[in-house]
Design a protein around this ligand. Sequence first.
Ligand code: F6R
Ligand code: MG
Ligand code: MG
Length: 371
Amino acid sequence: MKITVSVIKADIGSVGGHIAPSQKLLDTVKRHVAEKGKGLLIDSYVSYTGDDIAILMTHTKGEGNEQVHKLAWDAFVSGTAVAKQQGLYGAGQDLLKDAFSGNVHGMGPAVTEMEFEERPGEPILFFAADKTDPGAYNFPLYLAFADAMNTPGLMLSPKLAKGFKFVIMDVNYTEGDRVIELNAPEDMYDIATLLRDPEQYVVESVWSRAAGTQAVSVATSRLHNIAGKYTGKDDPVMLVRSQMDFPATGEVLQPFAVGHFVAGCMRGSHNMPIMPVKLNTTISYFDGPPVVSCATFCIRDGKLTEAIDAFDHPFWDRVRNHVADKAMDMRKQGFFGAAMLPMNELEYTGIMEKLAVLEKRFAVRAMRKAA
Ligand code: F6R
Ligand code: MG
Ligand code: MG
């Protein structure tokens, strides 16, 4: 059966700053999806990661379907009313447009969708990150789909050995979707050249070259490109299909044990290590650290199993402690060097204004000439 999995997520308000949505807000979104999704959706799963609420939906309407997108948009609009009533911080902040028009692309919420023919066994991984941007997935995707040191399946499985196609988007281009297709393994160094700059070049999707089927879909939208200014970090969601023609679930998860440094946390303006966390985890230290959760499912005729939490295992406690140490080490250097993002990625304009004032106070001294 051909089904579509659509994930639409937004920050529409949170308790205690940027920590988590209120229970009432979450319940409102869940109720809306359950009631209005009848007859449209096959199944759904509503969860939060930090201050973001994600609505995962299965259906047969294909990608970018107006009814499905409107359902999620309306759920966020009704949630926003509750967020306002409760005085939540940033109520409705990711709903950047007043009226729904066709689909939610370019309206603030992040979207990732995949339409595929169900395999006899269909494992799917749903990642949600908070306090970071879509480039945060570049590192784990490169390792999982292009590096045999991480993914022995690239050597062991004849299907995986044919490699994967990476579709990479230039997210700073705003006139349309500027994308390039590159094949691993032969284009490895070109893929690396782009993915090393995760603020501009972002993996949008990954495809099996043996089967021609899609393995990965990432929400690539950047809020500041939509709003013309920073309105918060993008907090990306991602869908990954695993096993058979694709890397094993463990090969997809392993890179997250590194706790790689990503853009995000405190005022959206710092580099910090990303921590793999349990489902429905809040935000804390230094408005961070950036977090990523992973709910795994199997799907049959569009029906989801219960969500199994990929990072709820004793192994990941050790990783979390290590990432906490990395985070505190980075914070020791405050605003210096690598701790803070470059000027064009800062979420506030204060530094640019200060620089403009200081600019006028610079004086050029005559050069001392050698005798
Ligand atoms: C992401 C997030 C941050 C904030 C940023 C600025 O979930 O919450 O990117 O948007 O820290 O927020 P203010 O200025 O509202 O504290
Ligand atoms: Mg937020
Ligand atoms: Mg967020």
